[in-house]
Ligand binder design. Structure first.
Ligand SMILES: Nc1ncnc2c1ncn2[C@@H]1O[C@H](COP(=O)(O)OP(=O)(O)OP(=O)(O)O)[C@@H](O)[C@H]1O
Ligand SMILES: [Mg+2]
Length: 392
C-alpha cells in the first residue's frame, strides 16, 4: 500500500514514518512536511492509498482542506492524529471523509492496527476500479438522458459511492441541466483540448458538482466543438475516472460514431433505452445488431423499456419475444413527475420520492451498489446515524 504521512513537526514526521515502515508487508511510506494545502496539486501517480495526517488544526481550516482533498482524490483514505478528540472534532473529521481518528501520540501498535484496518477495507474493495454504465437511446426521446442522470444521482444518494456522469451528446447535450441549475464552467471539449493537463484535480474542477459525491462533466456548449473530442481522449478520461469514482455513468445519446463507440467499448454494462412502440422496437433491434457486430456479449447489454405501461398495445411478453430475452428491465411511465423534475433540474428521486418511477430508479441503484433499502419509517437522524456507523 502507498502511504503518505503529513506533519508540520519534522521530528514527529520521521518517527511516524519509522513506525509505519516497521509494519509487515511492502508499504511505500512517503514523508510530507507541511499541511494538506500542499497536496491539492498532486499528480495522479503520486496519490497515496492512505494519508496519515498529524494534528490538523480545525480552526485554521485544515479539515476543510482535507474535505477538498477527499473530493479531489475520492479513493484516498485518511487517518488523523489529533489532540482534540471532542465530539465536534470527530464529527467534522468524519464529514471530511476521515476513516480513523487516533490520539496525537498513538502507541505504535494502535497506529499499525488502524493502518491494518484501512488496508483490509481497501483490499476488500478489490482493485480500485469504478464501473462504467452507458445509456444509449434506441431512438430520440426514449428517456436515456433522464434515466442516466437520475440513476447516477440515485447511485450517489446513499452518500457512500462516488459517481460521475459524462455527457457524451457532443452536439446539444443537456444532461447537467437534468440534475442541476448550475452553469458548467467547463465541458468535455475543454478537457479534450487540454488533455495534457488531465489529472484528478483538472477533471474534478472541470465538472459541475451536484452533491459532494456526484459530479457531471457537461457536453460541449457549442456543437462546433464536438469535433475536439477524439476517441483517445475518451480512453484517457475514462481510465482516470475509473480510479476516481465508483460509478461512471455515460449518457451516450443516440449517435454511433468513433467517439461514442469508444465509450461503449469501455462500458461494463450498456443500457439501450426504448419505449413500447414499433419505431423504438425496430431501431432497438438494429442497435442490438450493431452491438453483435461490435462483439459486445449479451451479458454486457441490458435493455430498458422506459415509460412502461401495463395497458399498452404491445405487451412486455411481445417485447421479450421480439428481443429474444426474458430479462427486460422496465421503468414506469410517470409523465407529471418526470416533466417537473426535468423542468426544475431536480432529480426525480428527490422531487417525487414516492413516485413509482423513483422507486424503480432507487431499486436499480441498489441492485448496482449492493446497498440495502432504507428502513421504512426510520427518521432522518436514525438514518444518518446508521450510515455514519457503517461508513466509518
Ligand atoms: N419514465 C418516464 N415517464 C414519463 N416521462 C419520462 C420518463 N422518462 C423520460 N420521460 C420524459 O421524456 C423526456 C425526454 O427524455 P430524454 O431527454 O431523457 O430523452 P433522450 O432519449 O435523452 O432524448 P434525446 O435522444 O433527444 O437525447 C423527458 O423530458 C422526460 O420528461
Ligand atoms: Mg438525451
Amino acid at each position: 500500500m502507498k502511504i503518505a504521512v503529513l506533519s508540520r513537526d519534522e521530528r514527529h514526521l520521521i518517527e511516524l514514518s519509522r513506525q509505519l515502515r516497521a509494519r509487515p508487508g511492502s508499504d511505500e511510506v512517503d514523508m510530507i512536511a507541511g499541511t494538506a494545502a500542499r497536496l491539492s496539486t498532486m499528480a495522479d501517480e503520486a496519490v497515496p492509498d492512505l494519508l496519515v495526517v498529524d494534528a490538523p488544526r480545525a480552526d485554521e481550516g485544515e479539515l476543510d482542506q482535507l474535505e477538498r482533498l477527499g473530493h479531489l482524490f475520492p479513493r484516498m483514505a485518511f487517518i488523523v492524529l489529533s489532540e482534540d478528540l471532542s465530539q465536534d472534532f470527530l464529527l467534522r473529521a468524519m464529514r471530511a471523509g476521515v476513516r480513523e481518528v487516533l490520539a496525537a501520540r498513538p502507541a505504535p501498535a494502535d497506529l499499525v492496527a488502524a493502518v491494518d484496518h484501512v488496508a483490509e477495507k481497501l483490499g476488500s474493495q478489490g482493485a480500485a476500479q469504478g464501473r462504467v454504465l452507458a445509456f444509449i437511446s434506441c431512438k430520440g426521446g426514449s428517456g436515456s438522458t433522464f434515466l442516466a442522470t437520475n440513476l447516477a444521482y440515485a447511485l450517489s444518494a446513499g452518500g457512500a459511492k462516488r459517481v460521475a456522469l459524462i455527457d457524451m451528446n457532443l452536439q446539444f447535450g443537456d444532461a447537467s441541466l437534468f440534475v442541476s441549475d448550475s452553469k458548467p464552467l467547463a465541458t468535455l471539449s475543454d478537457v479534450a483540448t487540454q488533455i495534457h493537463r488531465l489529472d484528478p484535480s483538472f477533471l474534478s474542477s472541470s465538472m459541475v458538482s451536484v452533491t459532494p459525491n456526484f459530479s457531471v462533466l457537461a457536453a460541449p456548449s457549442d456543437p462546433a466543438h464536438a469535433s475536439d473530442v477524439k476517441p483517445e481522449h475518451i480512453d484517457a478520461i475514462i481510465k482516470l475516472a475509473r480510479r476516481q469514482y465508483d460509478f461512471i455513468v455515460l449518457d451516450v445519446g443516440r449517435s454511433l460514431d468513433p467517439v461514442s463507440v469508444r465509450a461503449l467499448d469501455h462500458a461494463d454494462t450498456i443500457y439501450p433505452v426504448l419505449q413500447t412502440t414499433l419505431p423504438y422496437i425496430r431501431d432497438g433491434k438494429r442497435l442490438l445488431g450493431v452491438f453483435r457486430n461490435l462483439e459486445y456479449g449479451n451479458d454486457k447489454v441490458e435493455l430498458i423499456v422506459n415509460r412502461h405501461d401495463n395497458n399498452s398495445d404491445i405487451r412486455l411478453k411481445d417485447l421479450e419475444e421480439a428481443f429474444d430475452t426474458t430479462q427486460l428491465r422496465t421503468m414506469p411511465n410517470h409523465y407529471d413527475a418526470a416533466a417537473r423534475s426535468v423542468n426544475q433540474g431536480v432529480p426525480i428521486t428527490r422531487l417525487a420520492p414516492d413516485s413509482q418511477l423513483s422507486h424503480a430508479l432507487m431499486a436499480m441503484a441498489r441492485g448496482l451498489t449492493g446497498e440495502a433499502a432504507p428502513v421504512q419509517g426510520a427518521g432522518l437522524m436514525a438514518r444518518l446515524f446508521k450510515r455514519r456507523k457503517t461508513d466509518v
